[in-house]
Design a protein around this ligand. Structure first.
Ligand code: F0G
Length: 354
């Protein structure tokens, strides 16, 4: 038996890598597909969660980053740059460290969850907070990579999409078939693009006999694809998807339309309620943005738009420890909430109602 070797080695023949390339990997991918009993009961179907928080830096970004940094190394890059709402920067910083590359990350000032910021800092990235939002950061990162010797590792870099499509391969490999529906959050729209590409490749090669219907969910205050125009001041508690002008907009619409799916909005309230559902009913701890797909399923079920007897896969994109403050607030904890008692068995037993 050997351990999972990371997505490049596991799916070498399906990725644009060459024999002899130095593979930069932290063992990403191979994440669990977790059956969700409470959601399954709710929709009278079979619901599985693709738990991407189990990746090395705690989000799905690692799948794309192993490819992006591996190809940066193959191209002789010395430095990489990305714009990020936090997870991409954490991932880029970690993979660049292994490769020995300088990593610059541009993040919107004050809008990054603490866990993600601490990862970028721990891995020694050059961290620059921009007075602006993610869309502004991406604009600067793109121009920087066009005019200076630095390699862009955002999902506009096609190698990122290539790496991320492996999540769809894993779903089919684990289930033996594509699900009827695949649900996920949509921010910059790279991931929905990548899943659709992965599902289509397996389908075209006869490894899956059907394609799933793709349902993507944006946060209501940051839902440009739903609105049909860019949002100049995107807002949401789900900072990971606080994006007003997604780079892969048309590709996300193509995934939606070719699969007969939808891209809809969920409110912050619905996101936090789904976040609480995942923690309290399924035992799966995610960051707020990651709960958007589940919020979408619950919302559409309430609207009578969820057929019974189907198989659903919902990607939960990042780990709850990335952004633990929301979990405490969401559960109604303030600083004083935990009960403090003396070091005494009877008191503890009484406090627990035993
Ligand atoms: N969920 C999480 C936890 C994310 O970090 C992101 C994107 C998404 C969902 C949306 O995925 O952009 O491919 O549609 N985070 C990027 C970042 C923007 O910088 O970390 P998408």
């Amino acid at each position: 038996a050997h351990q999972w070797r990371g997505v490049i080695r596991e799916y070498f023949d399906r990725l644009p890598v060459e024999d002899g390339d130095r593979i930069i990997t932290l063992g990403e991918g191979g994440t669990p597909l977790v059956h969700a009993p409470a959601l399954s009961e709710l929709v009278d179907g079979e619901v599985h969660l693709k738990v991407e928080g189990m990746n090395p830096t705690g989000s799905f970004k690692d799948r794309g980053m192993t490819m992006a940094i591996t190809s940066a190394v193959a191209d002789g890059a010395k430095a990489v740059v990305c714009a990020s709402t936090g997870n991409t920067s954490a991932s880029a910083a970690a993979y660049a460290t292994q490769a020995g590359l300088t990593c610059a990350v541009l993040v919107p000032a004050g809008k990054i969850a603490m866990g993600k910021l601490s990862q970028a800092i721990a891995h020694g990235a050059e961290l620059i907070q921009i007075d602006g939002n993610f869309d502004g950061c991406l604009d600067v990162a793109r121009k920087l990579s066009e005019n200076y010797p630095v390699f862009l590792v955002n999902s506009v870099n096609p190698s990122r999409i290539e790496g991320q499509k492996t999540a769809a391969f894993e779903v089919v490999d684990f289930l033996g078939e594509a699900p009827d529906y695949h649900l996920l959050p949509v921010g910059n729209a790279g991931n929905i693009t990548a899943y659709w590409k992965g599902y289509r490749e397996y389908y075209e090669d006869g490894l899956a006999s059907a394609l799933p219907t793709m349902w993507g969910f944006q946060a209501a205050g940051s839902a440009p694809i739903v609105a049909g125009h860019p949002i100049t001041e995107p807002e949401t508690v789900a900072t990971a998807i606080r994006i007003g002008n997604p780079a892969s907009w048309e590709k996300a619409e193509a995934a939606r339309d070719e699969s007969g799916g939808v891209i809809e909005a969920v409110t912050d309230e619905e996101i936090l309620s789904a976040h609480r559902w995942l923690s309290a009913k399924e035992g799966v701890f995610v960051e707020p943005a990651s709960a958007s797909g589940v919020a979408g399923l619950i919302k559409k079920h309430a609207a009578g738009e969820v057929p019974a007897g189907k198989r659903w896969v919902i990607t939960v994109t990042g780990h709850g420890l990335k952004d633990p403050d929301w979990a405490l607030q969401n559960a109604g904890y303030d600083d004083a909430a935990p009960t403090q008692v003396p070091q005494d068995v009877e008191t503890v037993a009484r406090t627990l109602g035993l």
